[in-house]
Design a protein around this ligand. Structure first.
Ligand code: PBG
Length: 323
């Protein structure tokens, strides 16, 4: 009779020392990018009701938070703006004195060692809440990317270290690369939201950024959650147009996409652990249904294990405290 043989996998799991010796994935504070929402005013700090621990803050409060971010060892923030006034063309987005431009100037003056990334989009600035110009019932591509390029340029002129277009229009990486290069910003990298899905997980963000579309949705430019090959085509296009870092968003429901993107392109790859992913964990832990810290670390580790080099996450400060 053939002898039954088996492998004792548990030998390398028996205690914390050996477990840490064979661990394949290690989170680092250097992986984190912390999102911040800038609002008008002074000494203004208002918690986002669907995102406990996340605030809309005026510039002075943002600076205080950035000091804490750098003290915790987190190298970078990404900024989202809530302008004083919104209009059809989102003009505050590319106003050299707009809310983000002022915030960038202030942070870079007060805390020059913090790496400042700006989100480039129009949805927070347009009265209709769409990411570009709307004509009849179409969200127009080509005219919108010119405005996005202008926006990116004003961010670079204000001192941003990197720009991150999140609109998902076609050709915007090329338009932004061109305008940056023509104006002497050849060394400012672009992190493109390359495979961004039309996701229900953005709900809480739209409360935080006050960017809910007043009609329609974003399905004509953001990706269909059912598609995977298409994500590779999107990422490839952005790389060809000049993206330096490519992002997959959301993260958790799209870990397979992160892995495919990393394996196919060998690019610095970012993943956005979005608002809904954050709020689900916060809500379940508030109800006592899960252990918040444990689940948070498990989720962040899984995103890195899937292939992400960088993680945009509202958990950055909480996780940094544990690392
Ligand atoms: C668009 C943008 C969105 C997010 C980041 N940039 C929302 C959207 O596309 O509707 C979502 C981030 C999150 O949910 O945490 N400017």
């Amino acid at each position: 009779m053939k002898e039954f043989n088996f492998k004792r996998h548990r030998r390398t799991r028996m205690n914390p020392i050996i477990r840490s010796m064979v661990r394949e994935t290690e989170l680092s504070k250097n992986d984190f990018i912390y999102p911040l929402f800038v609002a008008p005013g002074n000494k203004y700090k208002k918690e986002v009701s669907s995102m406990p621990g996340v605030y809309q803050m005026s510039i002075d409060e943002i600076v205080k938070d950035c000091e804490e971010v750098i003290k915790l060892g987190i190298p970078a923030v990404i900024l989202f703006g809530i302008p004083e006034h919104k209009d059809e063309l989102g003009s505050d987005a590319y106003n050299p004195d707009g809310i983000i431009q002022r915030t960038v100037r202030t942070i870079k003056k007060e805390i020059p060692e913090l790496y400042v990334i700006t989100d480039v989009c129009l949805c927070e600035y347009t009265s209709h809440g769409h990411c570009g110009i709307v004509k009849e019932d179409e969200i127009v591509n080509d005219a919108s990317i010119e405005l996005l390029a202008k926006e990116a340029l004003t961010h670079a002129q204000a001192g941003a270290d990197m720009v991150a277009p999140s609109d998902m229009f076609d050709g915007r990486v090329k338009a932004i690369r061109n305008i940056l290069d023509q104006n002497g910003f050849t060394n400012i990298p672009i992190m493109s939201y390359a495979a961004k899905y039309a996701s229900g997980f953005y709900g809480p963000f739209r409360e935080a950024a006050e960017s809910t579309p007043q009609f329609g949705d974003r399905r004509s430019h953001q990706m269909d959650p059912a598609n995977s090959d298409e994500a590779l085509r999107e990422v490839q296009t952005d790389i060809e147009e000049g993206a330096d870092i490519v992002m997959v968003k959301p993260a958790l429901p799209y870990l397979d996409i992160i892995r495919r993107v990393k394996d196919n392109f060998h690019m610095p790859t970012a993943a956005y652990n979005v608002s809904g992913e954050y709020s689900m964990i916060k809500a379940a832990s508030k109800l006592g249904w899960i252990d918040e810290q444990r689940v948070m670390m498990e989720v962040l580790t899984s995103i890195k294990r899937a292939g992400a080099d960088l993680i945009l996450t509202y958990f950055a400060k909480d996780a940094a405290k544990l690392l």
